[in-house]
Design a protein around this ligand. Structure first.
Ligand code: SD4
Length: 332
């Protein structure tokens, strides 16, 4: 199929998918208490915790409640020993070392703030270290050993990683590699970053993402998740977007930033994400189905959308306390 043909296919498939998904994804209405959305079905527990934190009476009126909500939600996923892509349970890199990436971004007025860590070793909650970077330093990103040194100085809790199951998978992968055989398929999906966006009826938004990146990645490799504008972007005046998937494909196009900029120009979250995926596919000269790029976005009114290229991409949603898992619009 040439490029023209698949671009035609993309728009035909997109239209059909839109009709199907418009019924299930949120349409504009007045949300009373808050909306929290996150990537993947496992994000539901994170969204629930995040929402509870957002509406916690003890935090009412406090400016940091959105950040608290994002951090608390993502920590739920990071704590799950069965999740091989986020936090303590993540697959290690090619050397058998678990290197974690995370970013948090605060869209509360009057200005944007962000904090990130990349290649963090020995800590299970990179989202909390990222928040410390944002709040306790004048910087945006800390990496590697120095990020760990900073985490230690901040009193962040350490973690013994990788966990035995993840290490065993790495050993099997390594053994096949040294025999020159094809690397075994990683069980389950290929990737599963959590990206979570929290919106309050005061039109404030905050977001975060956390990942172990690609399984058995090259040591030192950093994906889109800790890079502002790549795996996450929050603009207090417009909305927010985030991503999961093959970070390199997202990073090269500042995917989340691009989505927010499109919303700034008047696109709905769904239109913005469709356009971002089309732009990336065009730039890569490949059909979307080969890119593994999945997004979610929310605007200032709390309207949201999820659009991606992976068949199994879904998002988790909590609206005014009601949780659900919803299919994303698929672009192929
Ligand atoms: C990365 N985007 O490091 C992350 C991986 C991911 O779902 O999202 N997986 O490239």
């Amino acid at each position: 199929m040439d490029r023209r043909q698949w671009l035609r296919l993309v728009s035909a498939t997109s239209c059909a998918a839109t009709l199907a998904t418009r019924q299930s994804l949120a349409s504009p209405k007045a949300y009373q208490h808050g909306v929290v959305i996150a990537t993947w079905p496992f994000g539901l527990e994170a969204c629930q915790k995040s929402y509870e934190t957002l509406v916690d009476p003890a935090r009412k009126g406090k400016p940091q409640r959105l950040l608290d909500a994002v951090e608390a939600g993502i920590r739920v996923t990071e704590s799950d020993p069965g999740n091989r892509w986020v936090g303590i349970g993540g697959y290690p890199n090619a050397d058998g070392v678990l290197q974690l990436d995370a970013c948090i971004m605060d869209g509360q007025r009057p200005r944007q703030r962000s904090g990130s860590v990349a290649g963090l070793v020995g800590y299970g909650h990179p989202i909390s270290v990222a928040r410390k970077v944002m709040e306790e330093t004048p910087h945006a990103i800390l990496v590697g050993e120095d990020a760990a040194r900073f985490a230690k100085a901040q009193g962040c809790e350490t973690a013994q990683t990788p966990l035995p199951e993840a290490l065993q998978a790495w050993k099997e992968w390594k053994a096949k590699q040294s025999e020159g055989k094809e690397a075994p398929k990683v069980p389950g999906q290929d990737h599963d970053t959590i990206t979570l966006l929290a919106w309050s009826p005061t039109h404030e938004i905050a977001g975060g993402c956390s990942t172990s990146g690609l399984a058995f990645k090259m040591p030192g490799r950093v994906g889109d998740s800790p890079i502002v504008g790549g795996g996450l972007y929050v603009d207090p005046k417009v909305g927010a977007a985030g991503a999961t998937g093959t970070g390199e494909n997202i990073l090269r196009y500042c995917g989340s930033f691009l989505a927010v900029e499109k919303m700034r120009q008047g696109a709905t979250p769904e239109q913005a994400l469709r356009e971002v995926i089309a732009r990336i596919a065009e730039g890569e000269q490949r059909p979307p189905s080969e890119l593994s790029i999945n997004f979610l976005a929310i605007d200032q009114q709390g309207n949201f959308a999820a659009v991606g290229t992976d068949a199994d991409y879904q998002i988790s949603v909590v609206i005014d306390g009601e949780g659900s898992r919803q299919p994303a619009i698929r672009i192929v």
